[in-house]
Design a protein around this ligand. Structure first.
Ligand SMILES: NC(=O)c1ccc[n+]([C@@H]2O[C@H](COP(=O)([O-])OP(=O)(O)OC[C@H]3O[C@@H](n4cnc5c(N)ncnc54)[C@H](OP(=O)(O)O)[C@@H]3O)[C@@H](O)[C@H]2O)c1
Length: 226
């Protein structure tokens, strides 16, 4: 069966990804910052390995990639993310903004660079970057949320760049918007359940063709403008 590695797997959308891929028979390397506290994740049944990985910690990322180096990796999902400070114009905390970029932007690229040798061992490798429609420049009519919007807009450029740089290795790379999802980040009034979001994303990911690499899609499979 294919193998998935994902970050931020202890709660929210990441936990649901782990649950659904495990139920489908996949081997899942589920990464989180604090495995000792990840009770719900560790209780999932199936071919599951839980690893400690903070995406801002270069040593942890490199060590895990080295530990797993013999394994082909079919799918890498850069899921870990934070909303960060909800700061509008005139009220920036630039240190907090930098931290958001470390997690949402530099973290995913660090993980891709470390795990690329494993992806290259798979037949049809794929990288999914969890972005947001708030990172779409074309759709921005609301303003505000400078840290989150810029982190996801720049992540989208990373997606596009990777799709070009890794094309000759046969790696498909996409950005996705999971919907406004009921998680700690999305809040209780979010209209989309984690189950529906992840099941839609899995359908999209499962049917991806090389020609879609470098694209930005919703969990319902619709293409979004950058
Ligand atoms: N929910 C939505 O409506 C929505 C909409 C658009 C996009 N997204 C994106 O979808 C992804 C998942 O969102 P979610 O709603 O599931 O968020 P969430 O419930 O807040 O969960 C975020 C996850 O990221 C992990 N994380 C944070 N910083 C990390 C770091 N430095 N290293 C590793 N893991 C870290 C958290 O781990 P800890 O438990 O250790 O903090 C947690 O597992 C995010 O990238 C988010 O931006 C979500």
């Amino acid at each position: 069966m294919p193998t998935l590695l994902l970050s931020g797997a202890n709660r929210g959308i990441g936990l649901e990804y782990a649950r659904q891929y495990l139920a489908d028979g996949w081997r899942v390397h589920a990464c989180c910052r604090f495995p000792d506290r990840a009770k719900e994740l560790k209780s999932l049944e199936g071919d599951l390995e839980v690893h400690k990985m903070d995406v801002t910690d270069a040593l942890q990322v490199a060590n895990l990639a080295r530990e797993l180096r013999e394994e082909p990796l079919d799918l890498l999902i850069n899921n870990a993310g934070v909303y960060g400070a909800r700061s509008g114009f005139g009220s920036q905390d630039f240190d907090a903004w930098t931290e958001t970029l470390q997690i949402n932007l530099l973290g995913p690229l660090r993980v891709v660079e470390a795990f690329l040798p494993l992806l290259e061992k798979a037949e049809k490798p794929c990288i999914v970057n969890m972005s947001s429609r708030l990172g779409s420049i074309g759709l921005n009519q609301g303003g505000g949320s400078y840290p989150y919007r810029t982190s996801k807009a720049a992540l989208n450029m990373v997606t596009k760049n990777l799709s070009v740089d890794l094309a000759d290795k046969g790696v498909i790379v996409i950005s996705v918007h999971p919907g406004w999802v009921e998680t700690d980040m999305g809040g209780a009034s979010a209209p989309v359940s984690v189950e529906d979001s992840v099941s839609g994303l899995r359908t999209l990911i499962g049917a991806l063709e090389p020609g879609q690499s470098g694209g930005f899609f919703t969990y319902e499979g619709e293409e979004l403008p950058w």
